[in-house]
Design a protein around this ligand. Structure first.
Ligand SMILES: [Mn+2]
Length: 388
């Protein structure tokens, strides 16, 4: 039996100001579906974060619909579970989709009693499907199923530990779920949404009961102990680890065992580039149409830097200064003593500079400021706008 495992599609994702929907459509058209056609898996599993937002826009829903239509046309049985970015909207037409061989799981109906999947040659696997649900919702659902659990401390690790304890499994048992494990390796793309906090870090030692564990949430492809697999996001969704290979896992299962697990890299439909250096040097680099993030090493702010770099890099998404990370410090109004503030321009500028930069004003900068201030007054006087 051949299984393709994918996760974290994040359809409808934006990277800074750039909507990636067209690139996502191209990726599925040019990379993902050609692979499915070539491999003809018995089953496709997508382990959560199908859509990027709980309230997806129309374009995202159209793309999702198109992908589901293709899966149905290719007659590839598919199982999707919800991730922390999804909402019930992702599973809206689940009952109709099931008629087309596509299961979208937003509840626990195949957790205690596994979903038994059997291929044409009679090979069977037992899938325990556990979609992402906020902790208290999960607790509520378990109660509704008539399972009562006492927790020493209300956190997901404890709850899952107990749940796995009472679960009865048959081989090969596969857990499909969506969360972070404390031993996992992060990409910086796993944005906290719907309160996914450190309580949601699960120790991999909890999985003893299962033969295999297929997980979503961490965006870097990774495996552990030859039984825990994260396929990761199929496309790069941040400027961290963007050069890492993305793709899917292919499993060959025979006689209750995974005979082989292979990570298959897929070509991305776009590239990300991180450029670090001094402004004048960067201006000399060749023009590129890929998505770019620039980090300037310059100490002093560069006039109109974004617009000037944009000529070189039309898809410039972000511009940062390496040493000016704290520029958006929280403004603490209680510390600002208005009565004590001077309204003399030089003094005001010095205070403003100190407030924004967190350090004293350089005398050279002050000189420049005074020079422009004098010029400004001179001009204003000449034009008759100032009666001083
Ligand atoms: Mn994700």
């Amino acid at each position: 039996m051949k299984i393709i495992l994918s996760s974290d599609w994040h359809l409808g994702k934006s990277l800074y100001s750039a909507k990636l929907i067209n690139e996502q459509a191209t990726f599925f058209e040019d990379s993902f579906f050609p692979l499915l056609k070539e491999i003809k898996p018995d089953l496709l599993i997508v382990a959560g974060d199908i859509l990027d937002k709980p309230l997806p826009d129309q374009e995202t829903l159209f793309l999702f619909e198109e992908l589901l239509r293709k899966l149905a046309t290719l007659r590839i049985p598919s199982i999707f579970i919800l991730g922390n970015h999804d909402s019930r909207r992702t599973a809206l037409h689940k009952f109709f989709l099931e008629l087309a061989g596509i299961l979208i799981l937003d509840d626990l109906r195949y957790f205690f009693n596994p979903f038994v999947f059997q291929n044409e040659s009679g090979e069977k696997i037992f899938l325990h499907l556990l979609p992402y649900l906020p902790f208290y919702e999960l607790l509520e659902k378990i109660k509704n199923d008539g399972v009562f659990i006492e927790l020493p401390e209300a956190n997901l690790g404890n709850l899952l530990g107990k749940l796995f304890e009472i679960l009865s499994v048959k081989s090969p048992s596969i857990l499909v779920s969506h969360f972070a494990t404390s031993e996992g390796s992060y990409s910086g793309e796993e944005i906290q949404i719907k309160g996914l906090s450190f309580d949601y870090l699960i120790s991999q030692s909890l999985f003893k009961k299962f033969d295999y564990v297929f997980l979503g949430h961490l965006h870097r492809p990774q495996k552990a102990k030859d039984k825990i697999f994260y396929p990761g996001a199929p496309l790069p969704y941040s400027f961290e680890n963007f050069s890492e290979k993305r793709g899917v896992y292919l499993f060959e299962i025979k006689e209750h065992k995974i005979l082989s697990s292979q990570f298959i890299p897929l070509s991305p439909s776009y590239e990300l580039k991180l450029i670090k250096g001094f402004f004048e040097e960067i201006l000399k680099s060749p023009r590129t149409d890929t998505y770019v993030k620039v980090i300037l090493r310059d100490e002093m702010p560069i006039f109109n830097a974004y617009e000037r770099l944009k000529e070189k890099f039309p898809r410039l998404l972000s511009l940062e200064y390496e040493n000016r990370k704290e520029i958006y410090r929280e403004i603490n109004l209680e510390v600002l003593d208005i009565e004590d503030m001077s309204f003399e321009e030089k003094e005001l500028f010095r205070e403003f500079y100190e407030f924004v930069e967190g350090k004293a004003l350089d005398p050279k900068l002050e000189e420049i400021f005074v020079k422009y201030l004098e010029e400004f007054y001179k001009l204003e006087r000449e034009e008759g706008r100032l009666c001083l």
